[in-house]
Each structure stands twice: as C-alpha cells, then as structure tokens.
Design a protein around this ligand. Structure first.
Ligand code: NAD
Length: 457
C-alpha cells in the first residue's frame, strides 16, 4: 500500500538543513558503519541472493559484495581530498581574481534500483550519494524481495531515517515517491521506465542520472586470441544467467573464423557448467515467470548451436548460443537480458560501424582484436557508454573509470570520484580582489570597445 512520503522528505530536508551531512567526518563515520554491517551480514546477503536468483557464494561475493566494499574503501581513502575546493586558473581579463570549484551536496536524493544486482547497485550508488553529503531515499526492486528486504534492514541499522531511508514496494510506491520534490534522482533500470522517471523529474526540474540498458555488441576480429576470447565472452554473457546490463548482448564475428569460434565456445561452455547446467551450483536462475517466458520465446529464433533447454517451474534456461540470425529476428529487437547469445557474422569493419551506429547507442561495447588500428576506429567512430578491449564487463569494476550510458543507454555516470561528482553540485566561485578597481566594463562605454575586443577575442 503506497504511503504519502511527504513526512519522510520533510524529516530529511530538516536534517540536511542542520548541515551535519556537510561534515566530512560525519560522512566517513556513516560509510565506515555501512562497511562494517555489510561485512557482518555477509551470510544473510548470500542467503537472500540464493533465494532471489540462485546466486552462488562466489558470484554473490564477486558481483554483489566486493563492488560496494571497494567503493566504500576508495571513498574513505579519498574523501578528504575530493571535498577540498578545487583551485582552477583565472583568465587574465579577471586579473587579481582567484577561482575555485566547491563541491556541494544536492540535498535529498532518490535512488531507484533494479533486481539483477539488487545488493551491489543499491550499496554502490548509496556510497557515492552519502560520500557527497546527501540525505537519501532508496527504492530497491520489488522483484528481488529477499535481497531488497535485507537492503532495507541494513539501511535502517546503519542510518537514522532522517539521513538515509529505504522504501520497499513497486510501481505504485515509486509513483508516489516521484510526486515529491527531490533534489536529485538516480535511476537504474530499463529505458522505458527511465523515460517515466525523466518525465516526473521534469516537473520540478530535478537533475537526474539514468543508468539504463540496451543491446551491447561483442565483436571478435580475425586477429583475436580465440580461446581466451571465447572464455571471457562466455563468462560475461552467462554470468547471472545473462541478466547483466553490461553483458555482451550479441556476437559479431568475422565470417572467416565463425565456425572455429563457435566450436571453441561450445567446448569452453561445457567446461564452465558441465553437460547439464541445471545441476551446476554456479548457474543462476531467471528472476520470474514473466522474464522466463520472454527469454524462452527468443529461443525459437535461428538455429540453436548449443543449449536452450528450459524448466519453467525452476525458472531455468540453459545457456544458449544461436546462429543463423538476422536483424529482423525478435532476438535482435530489444535487449535480451537473459542467457541467449545470438551470433551474427561480418566481413569488414565498415559494416560493423554502420550496423551499430544506425541503431540506439549501446551501454557497452566489447572488441576482441590484436589490431590497434581496429581498436582506434571502433572507439572513435562508435558512440557507446563504455567497454573493454579483449575483455568484457570488467570496465565497470574499476572505480577510476566513469560508468554510465549515452543516448538511449542512459545519462550521467558514477563509480569512485565520478559518483562523488554526480551527487555533488559543482559551485564555481570567483573571488575578486578589490584592487585594482578596473573600470573597463562600466558605462559610459565610449571607446572602451577597442580595448575590450583585444582582451576578449
Ligand atoms: P525496471 O525499469 O522494470 O525497474 C527498475 C526500478 O524501477 C524498480 O525499482 C521498479 O520498482 C521501478 N519501476 C518499474 N516500473 C516503474 C514505473 N512504471 N514507474 C516507476 N517506477 C517503476 O528495470 P528492471 O527490470 O528491474 O531492470 C532491468 C533493466 O535495468 C535492464 O534494461 C538493464 O539493462 C537495466 N540495468 C541497467 C544498469 C546500469 O547500470 N546501466 C544496471 C542494472 C540494470
């Protein structure tokens, strides 16, 4: 039952006004506490993710817990330097002025997250928002109830409600929340819902970050190391049963190596999950029936090279590689977000550039090649959120790199200092000396234009 969230917002606004969150030590203490509680609740996090997605302990640690812990540790190490006003140069025309950028928290921010990495995404984003000195309302996904429930418990244990709170619920609760005036909204989820969020934010001109999805291509060129490429691609595609925003969505393979590469992928996939991946402890399930049906229907496209067995009751879809695909097949229409890997072939790089740039901008792009000139062409000529050369997904593990989309795959970025910046207003201040008092800009202007043109050209 959605509530009215005005009281919660009022509390957070009042708390923000006290200025406590502007104290860097206060932020550090909060992040330390968050870190401690995440570590102490490790077993509960494992259990919740096992229930929601059948995640193994290994995947839970590497893809759900390690990320936020790294984000927190990095913020703890750097926060004093990040929060210092940033001195910048001053143009000559503003002679005897000093220029500085001040990082100021927005106030109260709303963080909406999806179900696919239901622990990591809340905690990593929250870290950036708290590090920047904001109050936060988190709205985790209703589709991963065990993890989202635990996330709320952890937030309640670590923070006072006036600093950070969690609201559980689905569309109606989020709709109610969006009626409130937040100072910033950070949304992670599908592109369609991203538009709903952007419309709601426009009502108050609230700044937003949208972390969305899309079809992320994975290109394998003739010069690639085929065995290593196959392993890396398969890992990234079938991690979390393909329910990863930055998973390779489809494979673009040079036609001369396609057969060889498909054979290698089949062999390597067998090594990962065995003859029957349904029995593997390391293979994740689909989140619910709705997504199961959507993904299972894509298996009728093209020719299945390997995999594709399903068990609806257990929400299991075997990793599937499908060949004989064209852009007209349903599997190429939207982001797959599941363990189905379509293969398309190409002959030259021009074709790839045209194929990708004539569609929506992807969240990620992966290129497997030893050819530097191909790296440069792809990076220069195709717009996408971010990506890797000779690997997949790991670009979003580095807290030195901004992580975010472009165009339909999102706007804004976070991770490390980029997250701190996203959640901060950058206030530029010019501090002008009272001497000398140059009267150049004041009327009467007369002949001053000649002088001004010299300086301002
Ligand atoms: P979703 O958009 O259905 O839901 C995300 C959140 O929005 C949930 O908290 C949900 O309660 C809320 N929501 C859903 N419908 C809403 C509505 N009509 N009005 C207001 N709120 C609403 O997304 P999802 O299915 O949970 O996640 C999958 C999508 O998220 C994929 O497209 C994936 O690529 C993307 N994703 C992106 C990133 C990233 O960092 N870029 C990370 C993870 C997932």
């Amino acid at each position: 039952m959605p509530q009215n969230y005005s009281k919660l917002l009022e509390k957070q606004r009042d708390f923000f006004k006290t200025g406590k969150t502007k104290d860097v030590e206060f932020r550090i203490q909060a992040l330390r506490k968050l870190k401690k509680v995440i570590i102490s609740r490790n077993d509960e996090i494992n259990k919740a993710l096992k229930k929601d997605l059948n995640k193994s302990e290994f995947e839970t640690f590497t893809s759900e817990i390690a990320g936020p812990l790294n984000e927190i540790n990095f913020a703890l190490k750097k926060l004093h330097s990040w929060t210092k006003p940033l001195k910048v140069k001053t143009p000559l025309i503003l002679f005897r002025g000093k220029s500085c950028v001040y990082y100021e928290p927005f106030g109260t921010v709303l963080i909406i997250t999806p179900w696919n990495y239901p622990f990591n995404l809340v905690m990593s984003i929250l870290t950036g928002a708290v590090a920047a000195g904001n109050c936060c309302v988190v709205k985790p996904s209703e589709l991963s109830p065990h993890t989202s429930g635990l996330v709320s418990e952890i937030i309640m244990e670590v923070f006072d409600e006036e600093h950070c709170a969690s609201v559980n619920g689905g569309v109606s609760e989020t709709t109610e929340l969006l009626k409130e005036k937040f100072d910033f909204i950070h949304y992670t989820g599908s592109t369609n819902v991203g538009k709903v969020i952007a419309r709601a934010a426009a009502e108050y001109l609230t700044p937003i970050t949208l972390e969305l999805g899309g079809k992320s291509p994975c290109i394998v060129d003739k010069s690639a190391d085929l065995e290593a490429s196959a392993r890396r691609i398969l890992w990234g595609k079938f991690l979390n049963a393909g329910q990863t925003c930055v998973a390779p969505d489809y494979l673009l393979i040079h036609k001369d190596i396609k057969k060889q590469f498909l054979d290698i992928m089949k062999k390597e996939l067998l090594k990962f999950y065995g003859e029957n991946p349904e029995e593997s402890n390391d293979y994740v399930r689909i989140i619910n029936e709705k997504h199961f049906d959507r993904i299972a229907s894509l298996l009728s496209c093209g020719n299945i090279i390997t995999g594709g067995r399903t068990n609806r009751e257990k929400l299991y879809i075997e990793p599937a590689i499908i060949d004989g695909i064209t852009w007209d097949d349903p599997v190429m229409r939207d982001e797959i977000f599941g363990p189905v890997f379509p293969v398309l072939e190409y002959e030259n790089i021009d074709e790839i550039v045209e194929m990708i740039t004539s569609r929506e901008k992807p969240l990620a792009l992966y290129l497997f090649s030893k050819n530097k000139s191909i790296w440069e062409r792809i990076i220069k000529e195709i717009s996408f959120g971010g990506g890797c050369i000779n690997d997949v997904i790991f670009h979003q593990v580095s807290y030195y790199l901004p992580f975010g989309g472009v165009g339909n795959s999102g706007m804004g970025a976070y991770h490390g200092k980029w997250g701190f910046e996203t959640f901060s207003h950058k206030k530029g201040i010019l501090n002008k000396s009272l001497w000398p008092e140059i009267k150049l800009f004041y009327p009467p202007y007369n002949e001053k234009i000649k002088f001004v043109k010299k300086f301002l050209k």
